[in-house]
Write a protein that binds this ligand. Sequence first.
Ligand SMILES: Nc1ncnc2c1ncn2[C@@H]1O[C@H](COP(=O)(O)OP(=O)(O)OP(=O)(O)O)[C@@H](O)[C@H]1O
Ligand SMILES: Nc1nc2c(ncn2[C@@H]2O[C@H](COP(=O)(O)O)[C@@H](O)[C@H]2O)c(=O)[nH]1
Length: 188
Amino acid sequence: MARTPRLFVVSGPSGAGKGTLLSMVRKRRPDLGLTVSATTRPPRPGEVDGVSYHFLSEDEFARRVTNGEFLEWAHVHGHCYGTLRSEVDKRISSGQSVVLEIDVQGALNVRHVYPDAVLVFIEPPSMEVLEQRLRGRGTEDEASLELRLSNARREMEFAPRYDVRVVNDDAEVASRELEATFERFESE
Ligand SMILES: Nc1ncnc2c1ncn2[C@@H]1O[C@H](COP(=O)(O)OP(=O)(O)OP(=O)(O)O)[C@@H](O)[C@H]1O
Ligand SMILES: Nc1nc2c(ncn2[C@@H]2O[C@H](COP(=O)(O)O)[C@@H](O)[C@H]2O)c(=O)[nH]1
C-alpha cells in the first residue's frame, strides 16, 4: 500500500499508555520515526541517554531554547520537555512518517507550525484505572504521582481538540486502533 508520510502527535495523561501503545505499533511499523525528546527530568533506572530522552541540565536546556533549537517545549510535571527540530527534520527528510509523544501544550504548538499534523489523544478507561497503572509502573514517588494525576484531569479537557481519540482499555485493541489511525491518514 502506498503511504504518504505524515506528522503525528500523540498525547494523553501520564500513565495513559502512550509509550506502551507506540512500542506495540512500532513492532509492526518499524518505519515510523519516533522522535527522542529532550528533558531536564532525571533519568529513571534503565533509561538510556539519547534513546529514552536526551537528558539535559537546566542550563543546557535553556541554552538550546535561546538558540531556537526546539520545535516546541513546555513545563510538564515540574520539569522541562521539548522536541528538538533536528529530531523531526532528519526523519521528515528521510521520508518517514514522524511520531511525537508530547504533552497537550506541545501538541497545540506543533499544530501552529504544522497545520497538517494529526493529533491523537490516548485516554485511560477511567481516572481510577489511570491511577492504578501509574502506581503499578512504580516510577513515581507520591508527590510526583499526585502531581501527574491532578494534571491528568486538566489534560483530559483538551481531548476534544484532538483529531482522533483512542481509549486504551485492552492494549492490543488500542494499539491496533492507533496503527489503523496512522494508516488511514497516510492513505488520504
Ligand atoms: N492497556 C493496558 N492495560 C494494562 N496496563 C497498561 C495498559 N497500557 C499501559 N499499561 C501500563 O500502564 C503503565 C503506564 O503506561 P505508559 O508508561 O505506556 O504510559 P505513558 O502514557 O507513556 O506515560 P508517560 O506519559 O508518563 O510516559 C505501564 O506500567 C504500562 O505497562
Ligand atoms: N511538550 C512536550 N512534552 C513532552 C515531551 N516529551 C515528553 N513529554 C511529556 O512529558 C510527560 C511525562 O513524561 P515522563 O517520561 O516523565 O513520564 C509525557 O506524558 C509527555 O506528555 C516533549 O518533547 N515535549
